[in-house]
Design a protein around this ligand. Structure first.
Ligand code: CDM
Ligand code: ATP
Length: 318
């Protein structure tokens, strides 16, 4: 019998609010964050195979390890152990089709790990519930549980403890991709350094932003977007200051560095405005690529038990 492949589609994320506390003894920082899942997605397909393998295609695939370093492969090993299989030879082939920018602060690797957990749970008929799958996800990385859950959520701890948040209506975003990536640990390290040197402003309390999300008013939300890692990302990549300015000059309500950067996310009034802002930002020449996206969208979900047919994402080349 020909084995049936299982494909899971999984979204990128942006942090609408990212408040970073001090470094903990384990090296992580205590966070209060609000995640929103966006309509930029990766597809991950798993299929039973005699020879285990992982392959990566799509934008930026050459920057992604196609071996044991891939976070999706770490997910395979972890779930194989849980399932009593040989983690060295789990008998599965994983194919990743990237639509989420690599090393962009949009949780691309985390998304692939989350998608792999969900797909293998189905392939191996493990029947692990969402809560336990979320716990396993947290062992792989701080952003992985959110990639499973999607929507809009408040994250605490390392970012792995989640509570869903009410977000009325759909928000429209323009995503500006930078030429090179930034390393997440380096950005956290830079924030610690900046905080030792002087006291960069910290984002305020999260409650007003939660109210703006519930109201569904993008103008109100725009005033409250905040990211403590932004100063560190800009310090490591000063061109981001120009990118952020260019997005607002192009007509966005506000711009923010996404997570640890260097991708910038611009909130727009509506879908038409997002298309206009994307075109103008693209012309400004400060980004490698500009895309439009909307959120919230659902977390990782099985889209087919056959190879997926992927829609081409809307994209404007600079
Ligand atoms: C920047 C964010 O994307 C915001 O959601 C996340 O905090 C990063 O999440 P992630 O990529 O899943 O990160 P992990 O793989 O868990 O950790 C990578 C590294 O980031 C730093 N890190 C991450 C999360 C956290 N709460 N504090 C940290 O200091 C640590 O140096 C850690 O070794
Ligand atoms: N499946 C994967 N997809 C993308 N990158 C991966 C993957 N597995 C491992 N990596 C490595 O992780 C690094 C960070 O990639 P990723 O796209 O997850 O960054 P990110 O979006 O900044 O992550 P985050 O927002 O969670 O901090 C890459 O440089 C790559 O070498």
């Amino acid at each position: 019998m020909v084995p049936t492949p299982i494909t899971v589609r999984v979204p990128a994320k942006v942090n609408l609010h990212l408040s970073v506390g001090d470094a903990r003894p384990d090296g992580y920082h205590e966070l209060v964050t609000v995640f929103q899942a966006l309509s930029l997605t990766d597809d991950v397909t798993v299929v039973t195979a005699e020879e285990s393998a992982i392959e990566v295609q799509g934008e930026g695939a050459d920057l992604v390890p196609a071996g044991p370093e891939n976070l999706a492969w770490k997910a395979v090993r972890l779930l194989a152990e849980r399932a009593g299989k040989d983690p060295e030879e789990p008998g599965v082939r994983v194919s990743i089709n990237k639509g989420i920018p690599v090393a962009g602060g949009m949780a691309g690797g985390s998304a692939d790990a989350a998608a792999t957990l969900l797909a293998l749970n189905q392939l191996w008929k493990l029947e692990i519930g969402r809560d336990e799958l979320g716990e396993i996800a947290g062992q792989l990385g701080s952003d992985v549980p959110f990639s499973l859950q999607g929507g809009t959520a408040l994250g605490t701890g390392r970012g792995e403890r989640l509570v869903p948040v009410l977000a009325r209506h759909t928000f429209h975003w323009v995503i500006g991709l930078a030429k090179d990536g930034l390393s997440t640990p380096e950005v956290y390290g830079e924030l610690d350094r900046l905080r030792d040197e002087n006291a960069p402003n910290r984002v305020g309390e999260v409650e007003p932003l939660l109210e703006a999300l519930a109201s569904g008013d993008p103008r109100q939300l725009a005033l409250l977007l905040g990211n403590d890692l932004q100063a560190a990302a800009v310090s490591l990549k000063p061109v981001l200051r120009r990118t952020l300015r260019a997005g607002v000059q192009a007509g966005a309500l506000a711009g923010i560095v996404s997570g640890s950067g260097p991708t910038c996310a611009f909130l727009c009034t509506d879908a038409d405005s997002a298309v206009r802002v994307a075109a103008e930002l693209s012309g400004a020449g400060v980004c490698r690529t500009v895309r439009v996206a909307h959120g919230p969208v659902p977390g990782a979900k099985i889209v087919s038990e056959e190879p997926a047919h992927r829609p081409t994402p809307p994209q404007v080349h600079a």
